[in-house]
Design a protein around this ligand. Structure first.
Ligand SMILES: Nc1ncnc2c1ncn2[C@@H]1O[C@H](COP(=O)(O)OP(=O)(O)O)[C@@H](O)[C@H]1O
Ligand SMILES: [Mg+2]
Length: 269
């Protein structure tokens, strides 16, 4: 396999209307590596991911995925990239009117010429990988939050992608179920040498899954990369904005908890 980066972002600038959200972001993801994009809420992590997927047009800089310039490529070239990458959306985003099996087989039915029988075998294999054998005929509303996420992973890897993108894969799951998703990410990465770009704000996940970490932090004029390196380097980094994130993360849950305590104390609803 080639050693060329699977993702290469240079000097990326993104604006929503008047607001610059990302200001000069560089990011390189090597084949077979798990890169975590971390940072507080609103630091531009999802925005960066949207640029990698070619969903959002930057105002400056370049984005290459599997060697293809996602900003200037033809729709056809972008479509080709889509067949070689997978995406796990934040809420799972399964089609509610389709069974588990239909959800997982969708990319194969739409983008391959495989026989129904072969697709069936592929779907069973992917469901086995996410430990959901036997769930083929279930509807999404008959699944737990963790199971929905697992099906979303099975669908995202249906076409054996070279790179898998995930936005907050364990958000909203209870911590034990979230750890299961971390294990799944690690296992898929090891078993298939699949590169992954995982957006997360949970340091426990980062510790388990990340080969490399890139941290974004909002600043006047747009978010920048404030750290790039290994987990050990992150722990040793003395940059105040990094230290604050690392020592206080996960930022969301404790705040939600604190709010709940306050609510009970004050007696509001
Ligand atoms: N569609 C949009 N239009 C305008 N502003 C947006 C839009 N999406 C996100 N933003 C703003 O851009 C910033 C980064 O958002 P986002 O990429 O979602 O951050 P994160 O994923 O790190 O929480 C935030 O200030 C957010 O309010
Ligand atoms: Mg986000």
């Amino acid at each position: 396999m080639s050693k060329a980066p699977v993702v290469e972002v240079k000097d990326l600038v993104v604006r929503y209307d008047e607001q610059v959200v990302l200001n000069g972001i560089d990011l390189t993801v090597k084949p077979g590596e798990v890169t975590c994009i971390i940072g507080g809420s609103g630091s531009g992590k999802s925005t960066l991911l949207k640029c990698l997927l070619g969903i959002l047009q930057p105002v400056g800089g370049s984005v290459k995925v599997l060697g293809v310039d996602m900003v200037n490529a033809s729709p056809r070239a972008v479509e080709k990239v889509y067949r070689r990458i997978g995406m796990v959306y934040q809420a799972g985003a399964l089609f509610g009117s389709m069974t588990v099996e239909e959800n997982v087989s969708l990319p194969l039915r739409e983008h391959s010429d495989l026989d129904a029988q072969i697709i069936d075998i592929a779907v069973r294999m992917k469901l086995g990988l996410v430990r959901l054998s036997g769930f083929e005929k279930r509807m999404p509303n008959q699944l737990s939050g963790g199971q929905v996420k697992r099906v979303a992973f099975a669908r995202a890897i249906a076409m054996d992608p070279q790179v898998l993108f995930c936005d907050e894969p364990s958000a909203g799951l209870d911590p034990r179920i979230g750890r299961g998703i971390d294990d799944l990410i690690r296992n898929l990465n090891r078993a298939f040498n699949m590169a992954m770009v995982v957006v997360t704000h949970e340091m426990e996940s980062v510790k388990i899954i990340a080969d490399r970490i890139v941290m974004l932090a909002p600043m006047a004029g747009g978010a920048r990369v404030v750290f790039s390196g290994s987990y050990d380097e992150l722990m040793a980094c003395e940059e105040p904005v990094v230290r604050e994130f690392v020592t206080r993360a996960p930022l969301h849950e404790p705040r939600a908890e604190a709010k709940e305590v306050l609510r009970q104390l004050v007696g509001e609803d």
